[in-house]
Design a protein around this ligand. Structure first.
Ligand SMILES: [Zn+2]
Length: 250
């Protein structure tokens, strides 16, 4: 006997038109991480899906296991369409970028309540026209930490001493921050100790919280360069959405 359909909160990551009126959607749920579902007549059935299956929407779905890996979606209620994301291209590009990172780094079906909370907070903050640079930095930083890849920040990753100098060398392949003597003469990214302190303090805050941070341009610039290097070392390829993001923010 097939199990009864169950209700789940989800964020729509992506939708693909299938056949004449069906849809395949990729979703992030708290309990089971990234899932893919099949919505028969998803593009036509106003009663069952309305406009709920648009990317970045917060929804409540009723679903059950289907054939193969796809869930069967019965119906969905729209909780929030996050309309504010579509008011500016950079904001929309940032939403797409976060979704692509999650799809690249998470395995299907693994419960990730913290990452659900992170994406929810990030999209809500962007939809309220929050600071795009801050949103991206906090999202990348927390994602990397949650997945267990946070580099050493406030001490040397090779000899573990605390830093006395103001400019610190940083190399993800060597574990993160490096003291002058461990860094040697190699041309490495240099980051201010103040930036490393701010990043480290940001990691002590709730994962879904984006309001109330006050990071200056130096921290945002250096933090973004540092996280780009970390992500480059983790991702199998450069995210496609990065190019669109760079074009919209020039
Ligand atoms: Zn050292």
């Amino acid at each position: 006997m097939r199990p009864e359909p169950r209700n789940t909160s989800a964020i729509v990551l992506r939708r693909i038109d299938y056949g004449e009126s069906d849809l395949i959607v990729s979703l992030l749920t708290a309990e089971r991480g990234v899932l893919r579902g099949y919505a028969r007549a998803g593009r036509k059935s106003v009663k069952r899906f309305g406009s709920a299956l648009e990317p970045f929407s917060q929804i409540e779905i009723r679903c059950q296991p289907g054939r193969g890996e796809l869930l069967t979606l019965h119906d969905a209620d729209l909780i929030s369409s996050r309309r504010g994301l579509r008011l500016s291209l950079p904001t929309l590009a940032l939403a797409g970028y976060a979704v692509e990172l999650l799809e690249m780094l998470l395995r299907e079906g693994e419960g990730q309540p913290e990452l659900f909370c992170l994406l929810q907070g990030y999209l809500d903050y962007l939809a309220r026209q929050g600071d795009p640079e801050l949103a991206r930095l906090l999202f990348e930083l927390r994602l990397v930490q949650h997945l267990g890849y946070i580099p050493h920040l406030l001490h040397c990753s090779e000899c573990f001493i605390q830093f006395g100098e103001d400019e610190i060398a940083f190399a993800p392949a060597r574990g993160g921050s490096l003291c002058t003597s461990c860094a040697g003469d190699s041309p490495l990214l240099r980051v201010g100790l103040g930036t490393l302190g701010s990043l480290s303090r940001s990691l002590q805050t709730p994962i879904g919280l984006f309001e109330g941070f006050c990071l200056g341009p130096k921290t945002l610039g250096e933090g973004s360069a540092l996280l780009s290097l970390v992500l480059q070392s983790l991702l199998p390829r450069s995210p496609k959405s990065l190019r669109f993001l760079q074009q919209t923010t020039v």
